[in-house]
Ligand binder design. Structure first.
Ligand code: NAP
Length: 499
C-alpha cells in the first residue's frame, strides 16, 4: 500500500493548505510538494491546543492510555506505507524504519501502561496536625499535573521515534498536554502519514481535535513563532546544538520564559582502560567501528571519540581494518552530507588521518583520526560532534592524563568504560569524573541503541541537553511536561486524583 502525500498541515482536526510550497528532497523516488507553514497557522494550532487542554488536561488516565494505544494501532495499520515513504525520504534501509516503527509504537504503549500505574503522579500527603503546637499543620497533598500545550521539534535522524509521534509527543500526550509539532523538513511525508494516524486515533477515541496539530516547516519562522507563542508552556526538541541553542535562547527571552527541553549532539567518549586494551583490544576496535558506522554515523549516541593509553595498537589496527571494509552509506539530507564534509575538514586541520577516502553527494564514508591528548585538549573544535561516521582516537600518555580528559570534556549523553578486572582501580578514578559529565554510563558496550524503559536517561549536562535533570527517552521523560501542585485542605471531591 503506497501513500501519496497531500502536503497539507493538520490544524486541530482539519487538513489545511497554504499558498506556498517547498519540495521534499528524497534520497530516492519522486519529490512531493509540501505547504510551507505560516505564523498564522502556529497561532491557530496553539489556540486550539489551549482550548483542548480544558478537557484533555483533565481527562482520566484510562482515557489517555486508550488514546495512546489507538495511535500505536493506527501507526501499525499503515506500517508498510510508512516504511516506504520513510525509506524514500531519508535513505535509511527498510529494516531500520521497521525497527524504529516498533520502537515508536512500543513507547506509546509503554506510556499508556505507565500512566495507568499512576506512580508518575508522585502523590505525597502530609496529613493535617490540628493539635500541633504552636501552629497546627494543614492537610497537604502534592501531585504532578500537566502543564498545558507543548511544542515538539523532531530530529532528521529518527523520522519516527524522535519525530511526529515520537518520544516527546508520547510523553506530553500521556501527561495530558496537547501537542503542536513543527514538522521536520527532511521527512515531511513521513510526518504527514504519522499525523494521519494520530488524526484517526483522535476521532476514534473521541479526543478534542486541538490535542494534536502538525505544521510543516519550509520556513524557520514557524519554529521561532511556535516557541515564542504565549500559549506554549514547554518545548521538546531533538536536533542540532546550533538549532537547539537558537530556540532555547528564544524561550529564555520570552516575557514569560518557558522550559526548553533540548536533546542535542554529543561525542560520547569511550575510555579504553589498559587491561581491556591488551586482552580484548581487537574485539573492542571492531565493535567500535560497527557502532561508529551504524546508520551512517547519524546517531546522537555515536561514540565519536576513543580515549586510549599507549599500547592500544590492537584496538587501533582492528578499528582501522573494520572501517576500511565499511562501504559508503547514504546520509539523511544533502545538507547533512555537506556538514559532514565540513566536519571532516575541521578535524583534518588538527589531527592525523589514519583512514579516509573522499565521498561525494549524499554519500558518507568513514574517517579515522588520531591525536595526542595534549593537542586534543588544546583544540576546542575537536571536541564538537561531527555528525557522521568519523572516529577520533585520542592518545593519553598516562591514566592521569586520561582523567584530565574526563575532567575537561563537555556534557555528554553517554560515556563508556572498556575495562577488565585488572582495570578496576583506573575505573574508580574515572567514574566520579564521568558521572559529572554524562546521563548514561556504560561498561563494555557501545552507546548506539537506546533502550526505551523506566531506568533510561537520555540527556546530560549542556551541550548534550539544555536540562541536565531531564531525559527525553524512557518513562521518566514524562516529568518534563508535569508540574507539582500542592493542594492545601482541598476537599477530596475537588482533588484531580484520589489519594
Ligand atoms: P536540526 O537541524 O537542529 O533540526 C531540528 C528541528 O529544528 C527542525 O525542525 C529544524 O527545522 C528546526 N530548527 C533548527 N534550527 C532552527 C532555527 N534556528 N530556527 C527555527 N527552527 C530551527 O537537527 P537535525 O539535523 O534534524 O538532527 C541532527 C542532530 O540532532 C545531530 O546533531 C544529532 O546528534 C542530534 N540528535 C540528538 C538526539 C538526542 O536525543 N540528543 C537525538 C537525535 C539527534 P527545519 O525543518 O527547517 O530544518
Amino acid at each position: 500500500m503506497s501513500y501519496t502525500p497531500h502536503g497539507k498541515h493538520l490544524i486541530a482536526g482539519e487538513w489545511v493548505a497554504t499558498d506556498e510550497t517547498f519540495p521534499s528532497e528524497p534520497a530516492h523516488g519522486a519529490a512531493h510538494a509540501f505547504c510551507i507553514g505560516t505564523t498564522d497557522l502556529v497561532d491557530r494550532a496553539c489556540k486550539a491546543a489551549e482550548e483542548a487542554f480544558g478537557t484533555y488536561g483533565t481527562s482520566t488516565r484510562e482515557t489517555r492510555a486508550a488514546f495512546l494505544n489507538a495511535i500505536a494501532d493506527e501507526i501499525e495499520a499503515c506500517g508498510d506505507a510508512i516504511t516506504e515513504i520513510g525509506t524514500q525520504e531519508t535513505g535509511l534501509p527498510a529494516a531500520r524504519l521497521q525497527g524504529e516503527r516498533g520502537r515508536t509504537t512500543g513507547q506509546l504503549r509503554l506510556f499508556a501502561e505507565h500512566i495507568l500505574q499512576g506512580d508518575y503522579l508522585d502523590r505525597r500527603h502530609d496529613a493535617a496536625l490540628p493539635d500541633r503546637a504552636p501552629m497546627p499543620r494543614p492537610d497537604l497533598k502534592m501531585i504532578q499535573r500537566p502543564i498545558g500545550p507543548v511544542a515538539v521539534f523532531g530530529a532528521s535522524n529518527f523520522p519516527l521515534a524522535f519525530s511526529t509521534a515520537g518520544g516527546d509527543t508520547a510523553a506530553a500526550l500521556a501527561a495530558g498536554c496537547p501537542v503542536v509539532v513543527k514538522g521536520h523538513s527532511a521527512h515531511p511525508g513521513t510526518g504527514e502519514i504519522v499525523a494521519e494516524a494520530i488524526h484517526a486515533a483522535i476521532r476514534t477515541s473521541g479526543m478534542p481535535a486541538g490535542a494534536f496539530s502538525l505544521i510543516q516547516g519550509g520556513n524557520r519562522d514557524v519554529g521561532t513563532a511556535l516557541v515564542q507563542h504565549p500559549l506554549i508552556r514547554a518545548v521538546g526538541f531533538t536536533g542540532s546544538l546550533a538549532g537547539g541553542r537558537a530556540l532555547f535562547d528564544l524561550c529564555a527571552a520570552r516575557p514569560e520564559p518557558i522550559p526548553f527541553f533540548g536533546e542535542l549532539g554529543s561525542v560520547n567518549p569511550m575510555f579504553l582502560l589498559p587491561e581491556a586494551a591488551s586482552t580484548r583490544g581487537a574485539e573492542i576496535g571492531t565493535g567500535w567501528a560497527g557502532s561508529l558506522t551504524m546508520g551512517a554515523g547519524q546517531f546522537c549516541t555515536n561514540p565519536g571519540v576513543a580515549v586510549v593509553l599507549p599500547g592500544a595498537d590492537a584496538f587501533i589496527a582492528a578499528a582501522e581494518a573494520a572501517l576500511t571494509d565499511a562501504g559508503a552509506q547514504t546520509m539523511l539530507t544533502d545538507g547533512i552530507a555537506d556538514a559532514y564534509r565540513l566536519g571532516v575538514a575541521r578535524v583534518a586541520d588538527g589531527a592525523t588521518e589514519l583512514l579516509g577516502t573522499a565521498c561525494e553527494g549524499r554519500e558518507a564514508k568513514p574517517y579515522l583520526y588520531k591525536i595526542s591528548a595534549k593537542d586534543w585538549l588544546a583544540t576546542h573544535d575537536l571536541q564538537e560532534e561531527v555528525f557522521g561516521p568519523l572516529g577520533i582516537i585520542v592518545e593519553a600518555e598516562s591514566l592521569d592524563q586520561m582523567a584530565g580528559i574526563a575532567r575537561a570534556i563537555q556534557g555528554q549523553l553517554t560515556c563508556t568504560l572498556h575495562m577488565d578486572d585488572g582495570d578496576i582501580r583506573a575505573a574508580h578514578t574515572l567514574l566520579p569524573l564521568i558521572e559529572r559529565k554524562a546521563g548514561r554510563i556504560l561498561v563494555n558496550g557501545f552507546p548506539t541503541g537506546v533502550e526505551v524503559c523506566d531506568a533510561m536517561v537520555h540527556g546530560g549536562p549542556y551541550p548534550a541537553s539544555t536540562n541536565f535533570g531531564a531525559t527525553s527517552v524512557g518513562t521518566l521523560s514524562i516529568r518534563r511536561f508535569l508540574r507539582p501542585i500542592c493542594y492545601q485542605n482541598l476537599p477530596d471531591a475537588l482533588l484531580p486524583e484520589a489519594f
